[in-house]
Design a protein around this ligand. Sequence first.
Ligand SMILES: Cc1cc2nc3c(=O)[nH]c(=O)nc-3n(C[C@H](O)[C@H](O)[C@H](O)COP(=O)(O)O)c2cc1C
Length: 392
Amino acid sequence: MKLNANDHRRHARRRLPRFAFDYVDGGAEDERCLRRNCDDLAALHLLPQVLRDTRNADPSITVFGQRWAMPCGIAPIGFSGLVRPHGDLLLARAAAAEGVPFVLSTASNDRLEAVREAGLARNPQAQQWLQLYVMSDRAIAEQLVRRARRAGFGALVLTVDVAVSGMRERDVRNGFKLPFRFTPSTLLDLALHPAWSLSMARQGRSPSFVNLSETEGGGDSAQLQAALLARSMDRTLVWEQLDWLRRLWDGPLILKGLLHPADAERAACSGVDAIVVSNHGGRQLDAAPSTISVLPRIVDAVAGRMPVFVDSGFRRGSDVVKALAAGATAAFVGRAAVWGMATGAEAGCRSVLATLRDEIARTMILVGADATADITARHLSGPSISEGGSLV
Ligand SMILES: Cc1cc2nc3c(=O)[nH]c(=O)nc-3n(C[C@H](O)[C@H](O)[C@H](O)COP(=O)(O)O)c2cc1C
């Protein structure tokens, strides 16, 4: 039975070849940060208030003038075509149908124009944002941003925590690298997962980074893909150069991957429109703190000047409510959405999102909150919470 995101994970583990499951599931090095994200959320408790009128409990929120059905969206997932053919389209449709935003990765396998159309076909109000990696050749990013603007993407999410790729040891042990090469162990893995292997074979080609290879004048696609995979990021991109992006993009600009309160302060002063407190789901700096543990200090630093989103480790609606109580505007889910897509394509991802929404609504009623704005630090309790409501 698949009652929650972790049930979808267990089913996904059976359906996917090991290298594909581990690509999604794994974290950096010893995976301490990966575990810390979930452990710190679990260690935090919600203190309910009773005898409150919650008959209209409503988990919806409004951000940048747009309504979200719940304070949750789908985080960018690169190479989702490894999970199912057209994984990006499936995730985008599910998010649109459930009324939440979808962030398309630079490392996506479906054309961004097709993703936009797929979302709009499900919901004319579909909110889709483009996540941007800036590689050494900045022309690639410039082309992507222009295409995203033409296609009608609503916000640009600049990921700032991948100056170099984290060491994902599961991928190395599984011999998983791109371009994909068959080894005796991957062949056995494929044979043991015939449903997945057949669906990929029917597609006729392995997923590629189509949004990079279709950039005009960007050169040979194999070279570009290799550049992305080696994460040849532009390490000269510094705060002062956000103006460069501002000139290209006049919509909301969001920075994803901040953990330091001083960086949050700097973002607020730099005219950024929102931030995502993220450690990339524990896939980058293994020594990084959990996002929930740094969230209150970041919220303090931002002092209401812009929305503060958070991701990394969110599996349950109660996790999202904890983040709201700690001051976040909304939380994003990465793996939870992918596990749903792995088990049941668009419907599977919708099921994960609908469950999250039910869990958020039920948790709100149980803690005595009628609206998301009623969820505050007074609802937080637990060994890791200081008197003032900040995590210590
Ligand atoms: C398989 C996978 C691929 C990802 N690809 C990207 C990406 O291309 N760009 C990005 O900014 N973040 C990427 N992330 C990080 C997510 O956007 C998000 O920060 C993270 O998954 C949140 O943690 P969670 O998976 O525990 O919910 C990826 C995460 C996973 C699991």
